[in-house]
Design a protein around this ligand. Structure first.
Ligand code: PLP
Length: 549
């Protein structure tokens, strides 16, 4: 029983946080022990773990060196199975060993069962249809995934063209819809061409590995916080890489200076870094790229749909008024200066897929050489039609992104008033610092089980150890009541467990940008004027007699 409990504690997301002594007490008590077992057999996670318990393990396996034994083996010696006699490699034991490492370093991932309800955004039901929660961490940032503009088009396309694309882009999978989506994306980013992939993970990996792999002697300069897809692309390219400290332009310049001017160079970075919400210094990087003969590769995955007058991302947002008045290539904005832009159709655009945009020759080269583009079935027509409508819709409609920013400001300032530590940043991401993996998981579990709120905890390796956090993403669909409930729930949890507040972090000298003395608070990317708040603020000031106008 003890072994079964150890196994259960490792596997089950629900009893994971219960102390071993409590579990032992429950299981030693004859009646509750039986109840515990019965309950466990009904649980999808536990029943699997118990199934594994019953499976005899090889005596020669790696697992045999670990404390895990079968329940049977404890009662009477396990008969030597055919498997254990074999000299062949024990694959299952190997998998178990690898997973054991994840449990030990606390990076094992537990997935919550969350079923987002199209008609009740941002609500979802959990494993039981009756149990509804409010989702506060989805990347369907603007609620486009359930917008009838998309869903109605997708239904019609499904009826007309069927479910699948029917092949790769080369073989029967290149429909008019794919081509229209690519022209729409090229226009959005002021580029000559665009190319759609099955995801942006694939787009980043395939593009970086192909281009950097082909450019003779290429050196890639990569921001230290770049996403795994770019890191993988850099690795797959085989090119030399130089990592610059996050957003540190002096370091980037120092590294650029160390490479021969004639050598081809790519600077790879992001606009919005999704786990801390920081924003890449686009103009400065473009200037450095020009000075040192590099090309720029900008991932706008967490910005497309949400920044800029037409939703092209942060690069477009930097020249907001110019791009609003004259939204075409060649208008002199910094957007035109970026060589390669990548984006996703799966977050703010609410569907799935990824893409690159750049010069016609660059796009044609990736189309012609990148295995991740060539050798895979293209996106289904219904998905492409949904993405196309979403991009077109968000080029025109700004209310969704404005409401998202207003709600974000509200959440950030309310948490700030309570001293609940938010990693300071100028974007729509609200990272709430716990600084400990168990604490982050506890906060997330308690929000879900006691307050009907779903916010996933973010642990190592997604963030460094000691910087574990909750990552909250307000949307235009969260109303005032939901915000009140979120803030009250967090306050109760912080109180109950005495989690660290901003002052505690100040005492410790700061962490992840929280509690850093004399730090200048970041200016939000969306200004009061862009959000139409300047007039509201002015009117309030006039009413209260504090106007300086
Ligand atoms: N780039 C960044 C910065 C991301 O955070 C992600 C995914 O979260 C991706 C690329 C991959 O995008 P997709 O979800 O379309 O594969």
């Amino acid at each position: 029983m003890e072994v079964a409990l150890m196994q259960a504690k490792k596997s089950c997301p629900f009893i994971h946080v219960t102390s071993t002594s409590t579990l032992k007490r429950l299981s030693n008590n004859a009646s509750s022990g039986n109840g515990l077992l019965r309950k466990a057999q009904q649980c999808p996670v536990m029943s699997q773990a118990m199934g594994q318990q019953a499976r005899p393990l090889s005596t020669s396996s790696i697992a045999a060196q670990t404390p895990t034994k079968t329940v049977k083996a404890e009662v009477k010696p396990t008969p030597v199975s055919h498997h254990s006699k074999s000299k062949h490699f024990d694959y299952e034991a190997f998998y178990q060993h690898e997973l054991e490492k994840k449990h030990q370093d606390k990076s094992y991932r537990y997935f919550n069962n969350i079923n987002r309800l199209a008609q009740k955004f941002p609500r979802a039901h959990t494993a039981r249809v009756e149990d509804e929660v409010t989702v506060w961490c989805a990347n369907d940032y603007l609620g486009m995934g359930r917008n009838p503009v998309l869903t109605e088009t997708m239904k019609r396309t499904l009826d007309r063209y069927g479910a699948g694309a029917g092949g790769t882009r080369n073989i029967a999978g290149n429909a008019d819809l794919h081509l229209r989506l690519e022209s729409e994306l090229a226009d959005l980013h002021h580029k000559e061409g665009a190319l759609v992939f099955s995801s942006c993970y694939v787009a980043n990996d395939a593009t970086l590995s192909t281009v950097a792999g082909k450019l003779p002697g290429c050196v890639i300069f990569s921001d230290a916080l770049n996403h795994a897809s770019m890191i993988q692309g850099v690795r797959h390219s085989g090119a030399q890489k130089k990592i610059f400290r996050h957003n540190d332009m002096a370091h980037l310049e120092e590294l650029l200076q160390s490479v021969d001017p004639s050598v081809p160079k790519i600077i790879a970075f992001e606009s919005v870094y999704s786990m801390c919400g920081s924003i890449g210094p686009i103009r400065e990087i473009v200037d450095l790229a020009k000075k040192y003969g590099a090309i720029t590769f900008l991932d706008e995955v967490h910005a497309v749909g949400m920044y800029g007058p037409r939703g092209a991302g942060v690069a477009e947002h930097l020249d907001y008024d110019l791009n609003a008045a004259q939204p075409t290539m060649g208008n002199g904005s910094v957007l035109d200066e970026i060589d390669i832009i990548t984006g996703t159709l799966g977050k703010a655009y609410g569907v799935v897929g990824g893409y690159i945009a750049g010069s016609a020759l660059f796009v044609d080269m990736v189309r012609s050489y990148a295995p991740g583009f060539i050798f895979t079935t293209s996106l289904p027509p219904a998905v492409v039609s949904g993405a196309l409508e979403s991009v077109k819709y968000l080029k025109e409609s700004t209310v969704e992104r404005e409401m998202q920013q207003i709600n974000t400001r509200d959440v950030k300032s309310r948490l700030g008033e309570l001293g609940i530590p938010v990693v300071p940043n100028p974007s729509h991401i609200v990272p709430v610092l716990l600084g400990d993996a168990a604490a982050a998981k506890l906060a997330s579990d308690e929000l879900l089980s006691e307050h009907g709120i779903y916010v996933q905890s973010i642990n190592y390796p997604t963030v460094p150890r000691g910087e574990e956090r909750l990552r909250i993403t307000p949307t235009p669909g969260h109303n005032g009541k939901m915000i009140d409930h979120l803030v009250d729930s967090l306050e109760r949890i912080w109180d109950r467990y005495d989690f660290k507040r901003v002052n505690d972090w100040v005492e410790q000298g700061g962490c992840a940008g929280v509690g850093v003395e004399n730090a200048v608070p970041p200016t939000p990317m969306w200004t009061d004027k862009q959000l139409g708040l300047d007039k509201v603020i002015e009117e309030r000031a006039v009413r209260s007699g504090t106007s300086v106008v």
